[in-house]
Write a protein that binds this ligand. Structure first.
Ligand SMILES: [Zn+2]
Length: 448
């Protein structure tokens, strides 16, 4: 006779929101809450030498902040300033606002320059990060009954907090880590896990792994996939992955300097909902003019974030460099917040004459030719990428059965010209010849 234990977590399986009070809060009431928190926070951040100086001119106490629009008068914070700030006062920088004894978690990240950067969290910062991740995974339909295999190399990194998010919502976690695809396959086939948390690139890698092994990906029994860590991945890949594994794939977005996943897609799959209510205040700005933009469907801009509660390294108007499109405001799932898709990083985009191109959109257009192509591409650019001349050389990897090569090359070049408004010179390369990454795909290679 089998005995079914109803645990506390199972009782709450059908709850639609992780934090109903905040996640269903109408936008007007959310604004009131944000203003209240912002006032207290701006007072707080001025205790750090960095913001004490930076806000001296523009912020004369909470009386000068009568509505959220007033925040626009404050200067932006950029990544370079944070690096300089950490160099001047290691490890956390001149923007550290809490005392040393309050810091309860430290993540080290390897900066592009090779010097490590440090991310510090107080107890309440950590709670807020886990709260954000919990809301976004719950929005994606993950519940305590799910067994989630994580292929992310998360433990010692910032993404490690995402594991605490899974634990917090009651999921069973199977941490495997990167570079162990056989173990991942075993976790599903033998271990009967049913969900995967990974980058979209890894899901494609796993798919190819199955194909090479002559295994139908469906035998893994993956029901749900949660993608993170790779903003601006190509939407066309989603249907390929979903149909190959017979699963539902949703995505989430976070940022090391702000929080782990605080954008999360619900099962309607119409973009990622903002899930950081009461913790982060998001703005949208034009990346060229830096003018503020309204949150409205179809708007395209750069995300700018202000922490509403962060204690250790609070940031004000931090430019994320993530360029997004607003896919809607409010959703039939009951979340009234904006939804977004990431178009790319402003650092990665390049210009051909007056046309701005995101490498991820090129990948998306090429992805429409699956399975004649593998989906892997490599855009060859010369420094500085802002001066790119047409035609732009692009290596496109063939699928196992590409058909007529000349016709394929011409069709891809046509599609790029039609959809992205620039001319490309496509070179078809053999299947498997472009480098694969289990983590993030590199779409651009600089050539001299
Ligand atoms: Zn929704």
């Amino acid at each position: 006779m089998s005995v079914h234990f109803v645990g506390e977590s199972e009782k709450s399986e059908e709850r639609r929101f992780w934090n109903p009070a905040l996640e269903t809060l109408p936008l007007g009431s959310l604004k009131e809450l944000e203003l209240k928190l912002l006032k207290a926070q701006l007072d707080y951040v001025r205790r750090s030498p960095f913001y004490h100086e930076k806000l001296k001119e523009s912020f004369q106490g909470t009386a000068s902040l009568s509505n959220l629009k007033d925040l626009e008068k404050l200067p932006f914070t950029i990544k370079h300033e944070l690096r300089e700030s950490q160099k001047a006062a290691p490890p956390f920088g001149r923007h550290q606002a809490c005392s040393r004894s309050e810091i309860k978690r430290i993540y080290m990240t390897s900066g592009t320059t090779g010097t490590p950067t440090f991310v510090g969290l107080t107890k309440s910062d950590l709670v807020d990060w886990i709260e954000c991740a919990s809301r976004s995974y719950w929005a994606a339909g993950f519940r305590p009954r799910h067994w989630v295999v994580s292929s992310l190399g998360a433990g010692p990194f910032i993404a490690g907090t995402t594991l605490e998010g899974w634990r917090n919502i009651g999921c069973c976690l199977v941490p495997v880590g990167p570079g162990r695809t056989e173990r991942i396959v075993d976790a599903f086939r033998e271990g009967k896990a049913d969900c995967l948390s990974s980058t979209p690139s890894y899901a494609l890698y796993l798919l190819e792994h199955c194909e090479k092994a002559g295994m139908d990906p469906k035998v893994l029994g993956v029901k749900k996939m949660q993608f993170g860590g790779e903003p601006g991945w190509q939407e066309g890949m989603r249907s390929k992955i979903e149909s190959a594994f017979d699963c539902v794939a949703t995505e989430s977005l976070g940022m090391g300097d702000i929080s782990v996943d605080f954008w999360g897609e619900c099962e309607k799959q119409n973009g990622m909902h903002f899930c950081g209510q009461g913790i982060i205040y998001p703005e949208l700005v034009d990346p060229d003019s830096l003018e503020s933009l309204e949150w409205s469907e179809g708007a395209v801009g750069e995300l700018v974030y202000t922490h509403l509660k962060r204690r250790c390294e609070p940031l004000v108007r931090f430019r994320s460099r993530d360029i997004i499109k607003v896919t809607g405001i409010g959703c039939t799932c009951g979340r009234p917040t904006p939804m977004i898709r990431v178009l790319g990083r402003s650092d990665d985009m390049f210009k051909v004459k007056a046309v701005t191109v995101f490498p991820s959109s090129v990948k998306e257009v090429v992805g429409e030719f699956l399975p004649r192509v593998s989906g892997e591409i490599e855009i060859l650019l010369t420094h500085p990428a802002t001066q790119t001349k047409a035609p732009v050389p692009i290596n496109v990897e063939c699928g196992r059965d590409p058909g007529d090569n000349t016709e394929l090359k011409n069709s891809i070049e046509d599609a790029i010209h039609r959809k992205l408004l620039f001319r490309a010179e496509v070179s078809l390369v053999d299947f498997g010849s472009l480098s694969r990454s289990e983590y993030k795909s590199r779409l651009v290679r600089f050539v001299s």
